[in-house]
Design a protein around this ligand. Structure first.
Ligand SMILES: Nc1ncnc2c1ncn2[C@@H]1O[C@H](COP(=O)(O)OP(=O)(O)OP(=O)(O)O)[C@@H](O)[C@H]1O
Length: 404
C-alpha cells in the first residue's frame, strides 16, 4: 500500500506553536518509514492526524483514499496507538476471548485469533485474563489485534516501548519482515538505533518540524558513527601506530581510545604485531546529535498558517570537512581543523526564503522557509550552502570525552 502524507499540521491551542507543522512524506509499498524524534516531537500527533482521529490541516492518502474513505479501514490499516484498543473494559477477558471478539468486529474468522496469538508469542497465555498481562504482553496483544484484518499497512506508535529486549528483537524482526508482501509500515520511535534497524526511510521530527527525511543508509552515515573502543596499558604507543595507519583516535577515559577509520580486526592485529597488550577491543556506535528545528517567532505566536518550513538534512561536522578531531596521543592536545567552505548545494531550493532569527550558537542545522514538500518526495538534499545552517558540533561521547 502507498501512504502519502501531505502537509499535516496541528495546533492544539490557539496562541501556542504547532504540535506538528507541514509534515510530508511517502511510504511506498514494501517499505518501512520511521518517524523519529524525542518526546513531544509530534510523532503521535502525526499518526493521529493520518488516521483522522484529530482535526488538523493536511491530508493522508492510503492508496489514494483518506482513512475514512477506505472500504474497510480497520482491515486495511492495522494500528497500534496508545489509545487504539483500550483494554480497561476487557480486563476480565482472556487474550483469546478478547481477540476473538475483535476478530468478529472486523469480520475476520475466529481462528485468526489463535494464529495471531501464536505469531505474537502469546499462545502460552492465550487463556490468561488480561488483568494479569504485563505491559510487554499488552503491547504484543495490541499488535495481534492490529493484524486481525490482515492489513496492507501498519501504523505503529512506539511499539517496542515496554518490551523486554528479547521481545523487542522479535518485534523488530517482525516489522522488517512485514513489507515483504508489499505492505507498508509507518512506525515511531525515540531511538535512533532502532530507527536504523527498522527503516528504509527515516523522517526526523523536532518540535513538530520535519528536520530530515533520509534513506536509512544516509541516516546511518550522518547519525550513527561506528567506532572501536580499545583499552589497555600502552595506549599512547598504540595511538601513534593507529594515527600512522590513517585512523582517527580520541582519548576515551584513562586507559582507553576511541578509534574510527580502522576496523576492530585491523586494530587487534596491529596491536598483536606490535606486542601491545589489549584489555578491551569492542565495536560500538556513537549517536550524532539530531538536527534541531529553529522555531520562528511567528510559529510561536500561533500564526502558523502563513509559515512554511522546508527541510534540510543536517550534515555532520566531519562530512562538511570541518572540526575533525585528531588526537596525537592520549594526554596530548587535540588539533582541530578549521571548518572549510561548503560547496553550493546541488539540490539547493531556489524558492524565496523567509527570514528567520539566527540560530543560537549551540543549535545545529535547520532550514529557512520555502514551499512545502510535494509528493512524490524530493530527494533528500545532500548538502546545503544555506547561511542559517550550521555544522553539527562534534559529539561528546560521555564524561570522558576528549576536551583538548
Ligand atoms: N491533546 C493534546 N492537547 C494539547 N497538547 C497536546 C495534546 N497532545 C499532544 N500535545 C502536545 O503536542 C506536542 C507533540 O506531542 P506528541 O504526543 O505528538 O509527541 P510525541 O513525539 O509522540 O512524543 P512521545 O515520544 O512522548 O510520545 C507536545 O508538545 C504535546 O505536549
Amino acid at each position: 500500500m502507498t501512504i502519502q502524507v501531505h502537509g499535516l499540521t496541528k495546533v492544539y491551542r490557539r496562541g501556542r506553536g504547532p504540535a506538528l507543522l507541514d509534515l510530508a512524506f511517502e511510504a511506498r509499498p514494501g517499505s518501512v518509514v520511521v518517524l523519529l524524534g524525542p518526546e513531544g516531537a509530534g510523532k503521535t500527533t502525526a499518526l493521529r492526524l493520518m488516521l483522522e482521529l484529530e482535526r488538523g490541516k493536511g491530508v493522508t492518502l492510503f492508496n489514494g483514499r483518506t482513512y475514512r474513505r477506505l472500504r474497510r479501514p480497520e482491515r486495511e490499516v492495522g494500528v497500534v496507538l496508545p489509545t487504539a484498543h483500550q483494554l480497561s473494559g476487557s480486563l476480565g477477558r482472556t487474550a483469546r476471548g478478547h481477540l476473538q471478539m475483535l476478530a468478529t468486529a472486523v469480520g475476520a474468522p475466529a481462528r485468526r485469533a489463535d494464529e495471531l496469538l501464536e505469531q505474537t508469542r502469546l499462545a502460552g497465555v492465550a487463556d490468561h485474563r488480561l488483568r494479569s498481562f504485563s505491559p510487554g504482553m499488552n503491547r504484543r496483544l495490541e499488535l495481534a489485534a492490529a493484524l486481525l484484518g490482515t492489513p496492507d499497512a501498519l501504523l505503529l506508535d512506539a511499539p517496542s516501548e515496554g518490551l523486554s529486549s528479547r521481545n523487542a528483537d522479535w518485534l523488530q524482526a517482525f516489522i522488517r519482515a512485514f513489507p515483504a508482501g508489499g505492505g507498508s509500515v509507518v512506525v515511531t520511535t525515540r531511538e535512533p538505533r532502532e530507527a536504523a534497524l527498522l527503516a528504509d526511510r527515516v523522517v526526523t521530527l523536532d518540535a513538530g518540524r520535519m528536520v530530515a527525511d533520509q534513506t536509512v543508509a544516509e541516516f546511518r552515515r550522518t547519525r550513527l558513527q561506528p567506532e572501536v573502543a580499545v583499552r589497555g596499558p600502552q595506549m599512547a604507543r598504540l595511538a601513534d601506530l593507529l594515527l600512522a595507519q590513517g585512523a582517527e583516535v580520541r582519548e576515551d577515559g584513562g586507559a582507553g581510545l576511541a578509534v574510527s577509520g580502522l576496523g576492530r580486526t585491523e586494530i587487534g592485529e596491529l596491536a598483536y604485531r606490535s606486542g601491545i597488550l589489549l584489555h578491551e577491543l569492542a565495536d560500538r556506535v556513537i549517536e550524532q546529535p539530531a538536527p534541531r528545528a529553529v522555531v520562528p517567532p511567528a510559529a510561536r505566536s500561533g500564526t502558523v498558517s502563513t509559515v512554511q518550513l522546508r527541510r534540510v538534512t543536517a550534515l555532520t561536522a566531519r562530512e562538511r570537512g570541518g572540526r575533525a578531531l585528531s588526537v596525537g596521543r592520549p594526554g596530548a592536545s587535540a588539533s582541530v581543523e578549521p571548518p572549510t567552505a561548503l560547496p553550493p548545494s546541488p539540490t539547493a531550493d531556489p524558492a524565496p526564503t523567509l527570514s528567520l532569527p539566527s540560530p543560537p550558537a549551540h543549535a545545529p542545522a535547520f532550514s529557512p522557509a520555502a514551499p512545502t514538500v510535494p509528493v512524490p518526495l524530493l530527494p533528500t538534499p545532500v548538502a546545503s550552502a544555506d547561511p542559517v545552517t550550521e555544522p553539527i558540533p562534534q559529539p561528546l561521547t560521555g564524561p570522558d570525552h576528549w576536551n583538548g
